[in-house]
Design a protein around this ligand. Structure first.
Ligand code: ADE
Length: 234
């Protein structure tokens, strides 16, 4: 089967950077989002900016699977750090992803578990390896692998951050990754999440976020390109 990579970006600049390098581009709109199919580094890809939050992310991931028949999914963007030694500018490659705000604990389930689904969604090991080396090539010595915790919350309070760390033991938090992982799981499509740290997910978060967004967008686009190159060679 031919590899076709679905790329779900969070930021406009990131998607624009990738689109500028897309060959044979054709665009179409589904459910209000524009999907751009083309060739990146010799690989068939479909790029979309999904919008903020879990529902927007899942809708776009499902369209990539059902309409475009992608064989792999990558989600890139920025995230808040949950870990003292993970600094602004560092990269995270997901080992797995979970919801920190899905709560059916009254029925005896742990936080994150959607009944009938796993608590965390494991990333594809081959894609993790490619994403790790792609990130290291762009920002050497600043990539960690670990869990990504997602929820419909921009995390900017210490108590909120502490709660997420307690329930998830994740390295970073953002608002889409686990929904994309969940969709990938249900479609049997391998995925990885790749995030650049933009803030510390505490009371400094609102200040750091805008400053770092542009740098992160370019960094994520570069790493995604490297990932496409490696998938093409495989
Ligand atoms: N994405 C980047 N920073 C974030 C934060 N602090 N909370 C949620 N999503 C984010």
């Amino acid at each position: 089967m031919m590899t076709k990579l679905g790329i779900i970006g969070a930021m406009e600049e990131e998607v624009e950077t990738l689109l500028a390098q897309l060959e044979n581009k054709t665009s179409a709109t589904h459910a209000g989002s524009t999907f751009h199919a083309g060739v990146l580094e010799g690989l068939d890809v479909v790029v979309v900016q999904c919008g903020v939050g879990k529902v927007n992310a899942a809708i776009c991931a499902q369209i990539l699977c059902s309409v475009y028949g992608v064989t792999h999914l990558v989600n890139t963007g920025i995230a808040g750090s949950l870990c003292a030694d993970l600094d602004i500018g560092d990269m995270v490659v997901s080992t797995d992803a979970m919801y920190h705000d899905f709560d059916t604990t009254p029925f005896g389930y742990p936080i994150g578990k959607v009944p009938g689904m796993p608590v965390t969604y494991p990333a594809d090991e081959t894609m993790m390896g490619y994403a790790f080396s792609a990130a290291e090539a762009v920002n050497p010595g600043h990539t960690r692998t670990g869990r990504v915790a997602s929820g419909d919350q921009f995390v900017s309070r210490k108590d909120q951050k502490a709660h997420i760390i307690e329930v998830s033991e994740a390295l970073c938090t953002e608002m889409e990754g686990a929904a994309i992982a969940h969709t990938a799981y249900r479609n049997g499509v391998p995925f990885v999440i790749l995030r650049a740290i933009s803030d510390k997910a505490d009371d400094s978060a609102e200040m750091d976020y805008p400053t770092f967004e542009k740098i992160a967008a370019h960094r994520c686009a570069e790493v995604t390109k490297n990932l496409a190159r490696q998938l093409k060679k495989a």
